[in-house]
Structure formats: C-alpha cells, structure tokens
Design a protein. Sequence first.
Length: 424
Amino acid sequence: MVINNIRYRWNIYLVLLLYKITLDIIYIVLIAPKYAYVGYQLHFSILKYLISLAIVAILIQPIAGLLTNISTSSLIILILNLAYFIPGCTTYALSGLSNSYFCFFALYWSLLMFFHYYFRRFLIIPPPKKITPFIFYSIVALISFFALLISGLYNGFRFHFNLMDVYSLRDFQSSLHLPAIVRYLHPLASVLIPITVVYFLLKKDILVAVLLSVVQLLLFAFGGHKTTLFALFAAIFIALFYQDKRKLWILYILLTLNIIVFIEMLTFHGNSFVSSFIQFRTFFIPNMISYQFYEYFSSHEFVYLRDSILRWVGFVNPYGMPIPILISGAYTGNYSVWANNGLCGDAFYQFGWFGVVLYPILITTAIRFFEACTKNLDIRIVFTSCIIFSQAFINSPFFIVMLTNGFIFTCLFLYLMPRESSQF
C-alpha cells in the first residue's frame, strides 16, 4: 500500500509537470503569435521561467494532496490550481508580467492553499428528511418555469448552437435592459439546472433530465454564455462516466486537451479550435486580465467594495462606471466589453495588498460552507457543482459569485437536495 501510494503521488507529479510544460509550449507556439495584437506577446526570460517553475515545484505536493484526500473543498481548489494558478505561472514567465505582480500572485496562492489545509470544516445540522423532497422539487419546478418564461418572453423559445457568433446574442440581451429579477434568475437557473440534470440522471429519470437539458439549451440561446452550454455537457459527462476511483481523470483530460491542440496545429496548418475556447479563453485570458487589474490599480485609487455590496448603503463607485468596463477601455479601447475577473484581480482592485490575505480567507470560508451543504451527496453532483463555481470564482468578483451568480442560493439548494446516496 505504501508503494502504491508513492507511485500514485509520483504519477500525479508527472502529469502535473507534463500539463505545465505543454501549456508553456502552447503559449509559445500558438497563443503568443496568434494573439499578440491583444497583448499576448512572447517576452521570454529564463529567470522568470525558473521562478515560475520553482513556485510550481513548491506547491506541487500540496496540489497533489488535493487528489489523495478528496473532498468538496479540495475539488474546487484543485480546479482553481489547474485552470488559474498553473496557467498564471506560464503567463508570468512567457509574457513578461512584472515581478511585483507575480509576488502578489504567488503569495495569494500560497495563502489560499495554506488556509485550505488548516481551516476547520463547518458542521451544519441536516435538514428534516420529511420536508426536504417537497422543497427541493418545488425549487426545481419554479426555476424551470422561470427559465422557460424568460426564454419565451425575451427570446421566443429560440435555440442557438453556433459558438462562433455568441457575442451577437450577448449584444441582443444587453439591448433589452432586462429587469433586475431576470438578470438574477437567468444565471441562477443556468447553474441549478445542470446540477439537477445530474441528480435525475442518477435517479434514472431520463425524461426529466432530457427536458431540463432542453431548458438549459434555451438559456444558452438567450445571452450566448458558453459556460451555460459547457456546464450542461460537463454535467452529462460526469453523471455518465465519473467515479471516485477515476478522480485522476481531470488531470488526464486537461493534459489530453493540450495534446489535441498540437494535433490540430499539425493538421490545420497551425490553427486550433480547442485552444481558442479552452487554453486561451478559459486559462490565459483570466490571468492576463488579473494582471491588467493589478497594473491599473497600482497607480489608481482602490475601490474598497464601493462598486459592490457597499453601494447598497450609499457608497459610490469613484470611477463612475463598472470596473470591468474601465479595464477593458483602458487596455483595449473598447468600452462596450466587460473584462470580468475574480481571484487576484478582484482582490487587488478592491483592497490592494491587503486583499492578498483577506480574499483567500473569504474564498476558503465560502468553500467550507459549500462543503458542509453538500455533505453525503453523490460525488457526481458535487463534482459538477465544483466545476461550475470554480469557473465563477476565476471570472467574477467574489461578492458577484456569492449573490448574482447564485453561490449562496445554490448552497441552500444542495443542502435541501434529498440524500438518496452517500457516495461522498
């Protein structure tokens, strides 16, 4: 058993290292040449590259530990490491980001990992079993009804499957000036429905799962947010194929996606469809935007939540416009695009270097609460939820994730979900 554990650990180390190296190569041969016009240039520094490798080497053991003692919180932190931390090290080393930013980035991540391992877990009294199914099914029915109502009223129940022109859908949605309740319910439904699809697939209620999947496709067609579509396909894949013994799959899948990029480049004369949606948009863009937030607010006034929860008690955003719009305009000249960002970018623009301590504590606390609410749920339901909210933490400010993106409500939803299996 000891030998197997050692082999298992070294297997994780090897896959993580290969994942990092293949990401580096993708940045050098594809991202930098293709996206140089938006700032992804190659400024290789051997010193920065060695520093980035050193940080990965220091944290590789605690990252591997996330897979040896799997839990809800470790799943979220693992995904954040794979989708944000490791690509962030690549971005720093190869695109010439400042050393001061990487100090902030590395300290933020070290504290996040430290708090994950040493924060105590929460205990929550389980809900009454007699009323839980009624409340849960009522929420599912109401969310599905409102999703259909939104699609019918504002989009005529139209479907849309082309990923290449989603921005036209977003422009259309923005032009409608939707009521606040619709702006809240639409993203909330987009989160809850994929989780519910997994629940009904596990119950073998295929018809209900299919109907809910159709509702999710309608939600994607209204706004064109790719995460809405991705969440559905991820949910179905996880429900059908994932098991606890296959927890290494997440590493193998991401490494395989990197390898597919190389195959595409050889096949399609240097082009890659996968890289434009996975490596570039999902991994590298959030890191570059984080740096832009850091660079801009290194010489400008911090916001101190005046654009967030404090605006409800009379505080005013000192910049007179949403901060993502401000950053987009400052770095691209386009004031109609939102440069949304979470994690390091969110922490710095709100509180500067104080955010490097505060935000890892906030995120760890939120994840511990999420973990308590999912206790004894099937791992496939939990894993789907973790993927959805990991991406939310990467791309959105913390308090937006808590409220607008529905983190708190989803915790309540999962808390009330009937525990018909206890595989996790």
